[in-house]
Design a protein. Structure first.
Length: 217
């Protein structure tokens, strides 16, 4: 369908492009990508425990944006839900959830060392975390040192293993879509597919694939 020309200026693009974000990050006064000046000042004054995540800005062509598709599986493992029982961080701009989510995303993106963050655009990682930018390599190493020194990683691993073993064969995950679940026998994440038998779903043991109960029978 042809578009009629208008006398006024063209409407602004609804999404922030990669080049626009790069220019904005480079112009930040407190460092590359540190555009959230108000919250950073409040964190430096001890006014907040950690900055809240904000995903309201629409963006396009976000680097490593596909990693967000793995978020439901990462959250289904209960890492963020139970981590506060075993780890703590002092008040600051970056909180415990930010650090754990960043480490999880780095692993999913096959980034094997913290130093590799130096060659990445910090603002792009910030878009994935709902922040202005990710922490610098030095800051991230300091946070990890605090977690390993004062935290209980073995306790969290044991707790998550016990949580997967408790319950029925298929346990729904709190806080996620009712169609997401984990098979406690294997720990595999699976998605409940529509089936002809209402109220039940069959899971093939050890595979994590939800089958139609009528087929399983």
């Amino acid at each position: 369908m042809p578009v009629c020309a208008t006398a006024g200026p063209a409407p602004a693009h609804p999404h922030v492009t990669l080049s626009e974000r790069s220019r904005e990050d480079a112009a930040a006064l407190r460092g590359v990508g540190a555009t959230d000046e108000v919250m950073r000042v409040m964190a430096s004054l001890g006014k907040i425990a950690a900055v809240p995540c904000d995903f309201q800005r629409p963006c396009e062509s976000v680097t490593h944006g596909g990693v967000l598709l793995a978020l439901p599986a990462l959250l289904a493992a209960g890492l963020l839900r139970h981590a506060a029982r075993f780890f703590t961080l002092p008040a600051g701009y970056y909180g415990l959830e930010h650090i754990l989510m960043l480490l999880g995303m780095l692993a999913l993106c096959r980034i094997k060392s913290i130093e590799q963050l130096r060659s990445s655009a910090p603002g792009e990682w910030g878009e994935l975390l709902g922040l202005d930018r990710c922490p610098e390599a030095k800051t991230l190493r300091g946070k990890i040192k605090l977690l390993t020194t004062n935290g209980d990683g073995k306790g969290l691993a044991a707790y998550l293993a016990d949580a997967l073993a408790i319950g029925s064969t298929l346990r729904l995950i709190d806080g996620l879509s009712p169609g997401m679940a984990v098979d406690p026998s294997s720990g595999n994440f699976c998605v409940l597919m529509p089936c002809r038998c209402v109220g039940e779903a069959a899971v093939e043991p050890g595979v994590g694939q939800v089958l139609d109960p009528s087929i399983a029978a």
